[in-house]
Design a protein around this ligand. Structure first.
Ligand SMILES: [Zn+2]
Length: 319
């Protein structure tokens, strides 16, 4: 009888859920809204209710389910399955793993959302089962996942791999974590837009001026599109951002010696326009031997990385 893995990716607005085969084929995937704040306790119940409905539709029996792998936002204590803090959901010391296990009587494994995205990319995406991999997600914020000797690194209390909160600039822009000058304030979509809006003041001839006047704001997408057309202001922004990102990655690489560096998130849609200057910056800062051993790739699983990584978390624990 075929067995199935369940992958769950909890975000601030939606929860993605998937039923996968042991080989990673997605049988079905769907989204449910995330209840937050005072209603956040309902989340594990909503997840399980939706799974029960779907397995019934697919005529899958509960004893064909091998377990649930969950990616949750915030600081996750992987060992206990507790969510220490997830600000955007409203959880504090929330025993998600225990509640889901009590509801389902299945093995439940919980990890940080950026970490399961890294696991997913490493299993079926651009990582190709690298033993040592750095995954960086450039979205509204900057997420990170580090795989060392085949294992995701979560740390003593769930803050390992928080690449976005490496301090890159003393007295830099304020970060959501309460500190200043984190990588996230520079290399996220938000950071790129912020830097562009400052720099554009000095470039009256930039095409970004027209966009700013029309829309009253700039996005990272605007910046990369102008960069692709040779705009000088956009070039300065992209070179500055990729320089800082390349420096950050080279420092992690000095410790991890990865074979793969996978860049995902909305900003990674810029593709080669992002990768080329990033590789140059990385080459400038990395140990030559570390540089030679590693290659960059754009993440390939998109929004499915989380559910695939969640399923892999189950698969890995069972093997
Ligand atoms: Zn920070």
């Amino acid at each position: 009888m075929e067995k199935y893995l369940l992958g769950v990716d909890i975000g601030g607005t939606t929860i993605k859920v998937g039923i996968l085969t042991e080989q990673g084929k997605i049988i079905d995937k769907w989204e449910i809204p995330t209840k937050v704040a005072s209603k956040a306790d309902q989340i594990p119940i909503d997840i399980w209710d939706s799974i029960v409905r779907k397995i019934s539709q697919h005529k899958i029996d509960k004893n064909q389910l091998l377990g649930i792998g969950v990616g949750a936002p915030g600081f996750v204590v992987a060992e206990t399955g507790d969510i220490a803090v997830a600000v955007n959901v409203g959880w504090k010391d929330f025993p998600l793993g225990k509640i889901l296990h009590d509801l389902t009587n299945l093995p439940v494994y919980i990890e940080n959302d950026a970490n399961i995205a890294a696991l997913g990319e490493n299993w079926l995406g651009s990582g190709q089962l690298a033993d040592n991999l750095i995954a960086v997600t450039l979205g509204t914020g900057v997420g990170g996942g580090i795989i060392a000797n085949g294992e995701i690194i979560s740390g003593v209390n769930g803050t390992a791999g928080e690449i976005g909160h490496m301090t890159m600039e003393e007295n830099g822009a304020p970060c959501n974590c309460g500190r200043q000058g984190c990588l996230e304030t520079i290399a996220s979509a938000t950071g790129i837009a912020r830097i562009a809006q400052e720099k554009v003041k000095h470039y009256s001839d930039s095409t970004l001026v027209t966009i700013l006047n029309e829309k009253n704001k700039l996005t990272a997408k605007d910046v990369f599109s102008a960069y692709g057309k040779g705009d000088r202001c956009a070039t300065e922004v992209v070179e500055e951002v990729t320089d800082v990102l390349g420096l950050a990655i080279s420092n992690i690489a000095a410790i991890l010696n990865p074979s793969k560096i996978v860049i995902g998130g909305g900003v990674s849609k810029a593709g080669e326009l992002l990768l080329n200057p990033l590789k140059n910056a990385y080459k400038k800062y990395a140990l030559p031997r570390s540089y030679e051993g590693s290659s960059f790739a754009i993440a390939s699983l998109g929004n499915d990385a989380g559910i695939i990584g969640g399923a892999y978390l189950v698969k890995k624990h069972l093997s």
